[in-house]
Write a protein that binds this ligand. Structure first.
Ligand SMILES: [Zn+2]
Length: 287
């Protein structure tokens, strides 16, 4: 028995064969799937799916890269959605500095005529710096609002963090003891894993642990305490080997768990039962 703790079942990638996807998950022993909202609309779709299918549960929130599109007030609709007993946590929320406005600008620059770029580069850099700051503080504000909502509702939080490690931990610091977070799709070092585990948060691992170049993450998964992590697919992204590059689906949670079991030299059942129990404690399945 396994739980896919992070899927995006509301994405159009699954409309064609949704029932087949659920059937294959069930056959692989993935008995519950948590579908994660990335915007208010996506969260609403997640709740709809969770209401319709007994083995699907919803996590609702606004992803940091969607802050620009999100409306002024996302908390009111999220709070309303959270009234639904099928909602088991808040997220995914957090910080993502991977594509800051200045990085985007630099990419555009490469494709532009050099003379013009040289002429205006300094001014543009200052301008881009200002945009970066505004973008970061908007992400921070939305993150904090969702953490506050989680505290208010007594729910835990699914954290998305990319290239923003220090700021993410800094924002979460005052919430220590009030809520727990899972650092989903964990790709950090053993040191970083210990840092979040010491704060009573969790990590979860995706198909990256099966990748040839995923040795470092696999090693982290092999070394951290058994009760401190969960498994996920992050589907439709990050399909594990041998499906790498194809569409991912919840059934592949089993491949993630198998890879971790092999790295820890324990039977799959041990990983399956421990991660399931951890997920049952972290998410509020019976509200
Ligand atoms: Zn996700």
């Amino acid at each position: 028995m396994l739980i896919d703790t992070h899927a995006h079942l509301d994405y159009p990638d699954f409309t064609g064969d949704f029932h087949e996807v659920l059937r294959r998950a069930n056959e692989a022993g993935v008995t519950r799937i948590i579908t994660i909202g990335t915007s208010v609309e996506s969260s609403r779709r997640a709740v709809d799916l969770a209401e319709k299918y007994p083995n699907i549960f919803a996590v609702i929130g606004v992803h940091p890269t969607y802050v620009e599109e999100s409306g002024e007030d996302v908390i009111t609709p999220l709070r309303e959605l959270a009234g639904n007993p099928r909602v088991v946590a808040i997220g995914e929320t957090g910080l993502d500095y991977h594509q800051l406005p200045s990085v985007e600008l630099a990419k555009e620059r490469k494709t532009q005529v050099f003379a013009k770029a040289l002429q205006t580069s300094t001014e543009d850099q200052i301008e881009a710096g200002i945009h970066d700051g505004a973008y970061k503080s908007k992400q921070a504000s939305l993150f904090e609002q969702q953490l506050d909502l989680a505290v208010e509702l007594g729910l835990n939080v699914v954290i998305h963090q990319r290239d923003a490690w220090d700021d993410t931990l800094e924002i979460m610091r005052p919430y220590a003891g009030k809520l727990r977070g899972v650092f989903h799709c964990f790709g950090g070092s053993l040191e970083q894993a210990s840092e979040v585990l010491d704060l009573d948060h969790l990590v979860s691992f995706t198909g990256i642990v099966t990748f040839k170049n995923g040795a470092a993450v696999r090693e982290v998964a092999a070394q951290i305490p058994l009760w401190k992590f969960m498994v996920e697919t992050d589907c439709p992204y990050l399909a594990p080997v041998p499906f790498r590059g194809k569409r991912c689906e919840p059934a592949y949670t089993r491949l993630v768990a198998e890879s971790i079991a092999a790295a820890r030299r324990v039977p799959l059942e041990e990983i399956a039962s421990a991660t399931t129990e951890t997920a049952e404690q972290f998410f509020r399945f019976n509200r």
